[in-house]
Design a protein around this ligand. Structure first.
Ligand SMILES: [Zn+2]
Length: 216
């Protein structure tokens, strides 16, 4: 579905009454197109010079519309971020604890009402809103014998090719794909280091799959 601020607001207000006794202070809502998360809850800390917390302010809930998701998916993400907001506004767990005991117990209570709030939200296997994206990918074996898969910007093809040679990477394959469900969650690599570790079986499967096309 097409995500709107209006939709986020309406659900926020409803769930605030239903699950949080209307106690949540309204954050700023934002929609972006990042591939690094489905939703994010953030805020700023005001501290003394010695680092003691004075207050928290500028709470924001950001939801990405990069992935192609249903109304139900978005609702579960809004609820997920509202739990983070609740924990922070009422200081129910340490800041370093993201999906710990407190988060899980609140999520479980909400899920009893027919929702599906997950502890981890991953873009793996989820398609994209933009159906015209072509993924430029490369897989290779590094000098220690491990296999990697990288999504790269085609403008940087020469850079990657040169660096792979320099690094002694072997069995390098270059290919493109339009399979957004399979590759949509991969970050765009800027440096040759990075990328996703894959098994030798995964590598062979990639090489044999029909999607495999030489682009170099
Ligand atoms: Zn979370």
């Amino acid at each position: 579905m097409k995500l709107t601020i209006e939709f986020i607001k309406r659900n926020f207000n409803e769930f605030n009454e239903k699950f949080f006794s209307g106690k949540l202070k309204k954050p700023v809502f934002e929609i972006n197109r990042t591939r690094s998360f489905f939703g994010l809850c953030c805020w700023k800390n005001k501290t003394t010079k010695k680092g003691k917390l004075v207050c928290r302010f500028d709470y924001r809930i950001k939801i990405s519309e990069y992935f192609d998701r249903s109304e139900t998916d978005y609702i579960n993400t809004i609820l997920h971020e509202m739990i983070h907001l609740y924990i922070r506004q009422f200081d129910l767990a340490p800041e370093s604890e993201h999906h710990g005991r407190v988060f899980k117990s609140i999520a479980e209570n909400i899920n009893k009402h027919g929702y599906d709030v997950r502890y981890m939200q991953s873009g793996e296997g989820v398609g994209l809103t933009d159906k015209n994206v072509v993924f430029f990918l490369t897989a290779f074996r590094d000098r220690s014998g491990r296999y990697f898969l990288i999504r790269y910007n085609p403008k940087r093809f020469d850079y990657f090719k040169y660096n792979f040679e320099l690094s002694g990477f072997t069995k390098v394959i270059w290919f493109t794909s339009t399979n957004d469900k399979k590759y949509g969650h991969l970050p765009m690599c800027r440096k040759r280091a990075g990328g996703m570790l894959i098994s030798e079986d995964d590598y062979n499967e990639l090489k044999e799959s029909e999607e495999y096309r030489e682009t170099a």
